[in-house]
Design a protein around this ligand. Structure first.
Ligand code: C2O
Ligand code: CU
Length: 475
């Protein structure tokens, strides 16, 4: 007989840092039931910033959903917003009909409508969920973290979900889509992004953000992470900003990185800072060696980004001034794909495959509303046709002036090449940045996911809505 455990809506209240542990009843159940209700919410992020947001279960970000690997989940979704929406399960390999892409895998759920998503969340790791209908619902707050607990993982003494997100100025979204936004690029001092920018480059494609949050609040209102001396702490970090890469640092600590996009790295590594593209996740551990108070920060050169911080402190240190990181990345050892994967000098990439596809990422000129792949925009882009069992190689070359976080639904791929250099330890990911001004990336994956239509697109919401999207089609 199938048992079912009902996890109450009230879980939403815990969406802030601490990841709710499953009650023993829920973890023994074959099916975990969740209810997600999307509805409008006034979100007072920071003084003077009152955003008309959308939220799941009244919290922004949505509740952290959590199951044990192997458990089935049933999510009853209710759309109480005024626009058509869906829920996409980012990073999951699941039946295509459950993938939640409006107009591709299901009709959008209309205002007032409902839909039941049911599947076995896999693979294990740090995943997330978000709206996937044309429109701005995802930029207005419809996203949350989804943890599929891996029984093989080492146990942490404490574990926290960290969702970085920002509040866009609505008028700037529309301007960015037409390529005429005046919002500046905000890459931090000392970042490779800033170094490679061409003087007088007129971007026009960036969104302006009016508040910078972690787990639904801006510093100093963010809920502190309480830790104890001697603890080994695991952070599951998601960049839910829809257009910008973030660097993330914890003052006074190195971070031990074990997973990229929820997938175990072939070789863990230690860094001072993470560089997290849109939609990417990293699992990073640190050890609390002494009593203290430190800031975990999102870094950019936006003057308001100091809001994107949360205090990590040991008992009795709640009133201490937290140690902060320098604003520049100059001399800071931050994570790159090359460091994580190890470059094989002089080796070329093995591109033998049964299906291979090459995309030039193109478009995005000033005052243009086209971001393209091989100069075509969705739905007229070139698709990748595969048969079950194919070995697929996809190569990207980015000829534009912005990085593109390219994402594939329903698969985990290996990043095997970056900017012309083969990686010794391919990185298992579901989204990977392709660097501006000529950057290249090669993915390899086996077409062994359930049959159907799996989107492949830039996860910058502006670029996606402006056409940088295609699909991998089985059969
Ligand atoms: Cu995070 Cu098309 O998805
Ligand atoms: Cu893009």
């Amino acid at each position: 007989m199938r048992r079912s455990a009902f996890v109450r809506d009230g879980l939403a209240a815990l969406s802030a840092a601490a990841i709710p542990t499953l009650s023993s009843r829920a973890s023994a159940a074959d099916v975990v039931d969740y209810v997600l209700t999307a509805a409008p919410m006034q979100f007072s992020a920071a003084p003077g910033v009152n955003a008309s947001s959308l939220a799941y279960n009244g919290t922004l970000p949505g509740p952290v959903l959590r199951v044990m690997h192997g458990q089935r989940v049933r999510v009853r979704y209710h759309n109480r917003t005024a626009e058509p929406t869906t829920v996409h399960w980012h990073g999951m390999i699941l039946p295509n009909a459950m993938d939640g892409v409006a107009g591709v895998t299901q009709p959008a759920v209309p205002p007032g409508g409902s839909f039941v998503y049911e599947f076995v969340p896999a693979p294990a790791g740090t995943r997330w969920y978000h709206d996937h209908a044309p429109g701005l619902a995802v930029m207005r707050g419809l996203f949350g973290m989804f943890v599929v607990e891996d029984p093989r993982d080492e146990r942490a003494d404490a574990e926290f979900a960290i969702v970085l997100h920002d509040i866009p100025r609505p008028s700037s979204i529309e301007a960015a889509m037409r390529g005429v936004s005046d919002a500046p690029m905000v890459d931090p001092l000392g970042s490779p992004e800033l170094k490679e920018m061409r003087p007088n480059d007129r971007m026009g494609d960036e969104v302006a953000y009016v508040a910078h949050c972690i787990n639904g609040a801006c510093y100093p209102k963010t809920a502190p992470l309480r830790v104890n001396v001697g603890q080994r702490v695991r952070l599951r970090i998601l960049n839910a900003n829809q257009t910008q890469t973030r660097y993330v640092r914890l003052a006074g600590h190195r971070l031990h990185v074990t997973h990229s996009d929820g997938n175990r790295l072939p070789r863990p590594l230690d860094v001072d800072a993470l560089r997290i593209g849109v939609a990417e996740r990293y699992d990073a551990w640190f050890e609390v060696r002494k009593a203290g108070s430190w800031l975990l920060q999102g870094l950019s050169s936006d003057p308001l980004v100091y809001e994107q911080a949360v205090v990590v402190h040991t008992p009795g240190m709640e009133n201490a001034t937290p140690e902060a990181s320098t604003e520049t990345l100059e001399g800071v050892d931050f994570l790159t794909y090359e460091k994580a994967g190890g470059v094989m000098h002089g080796r070329s990439v093995n591109t033998a495959a049964t299906v291979s596809k090459y995309y030039v990422l193109s478009g995005g000129e000033y005052a243009s509303s086209r971001w393209s792949m091989n100069h075509k925009i969705w739905p007229n882009t070139e698709k990748i046709h595969v048969r079950h069992g194919d070995e697929v190689v996809v190569r990207f070359k980015n000829t534009t002036d912005m990085d593109h976080p390219m994402h594939l639904h329903g698969h985990v791929f290996d990043v095997v090449e970056i900017d012309g250099r083969a990686l010794r330890f391919p990185l298992p990911k579901d989204v990977s940045l392709v660097r501006a001004y000529g950057g290249t990336v090669t993915w390899r994956f086996r077409a062994d996911s359930p049959p159907g239509r799996w989107l492949l697109h830039c996860h910058n919401q502006i670029h996606m809505m402006d056409g940088m999207m295609t699909e991998v089609v089985y059969g």
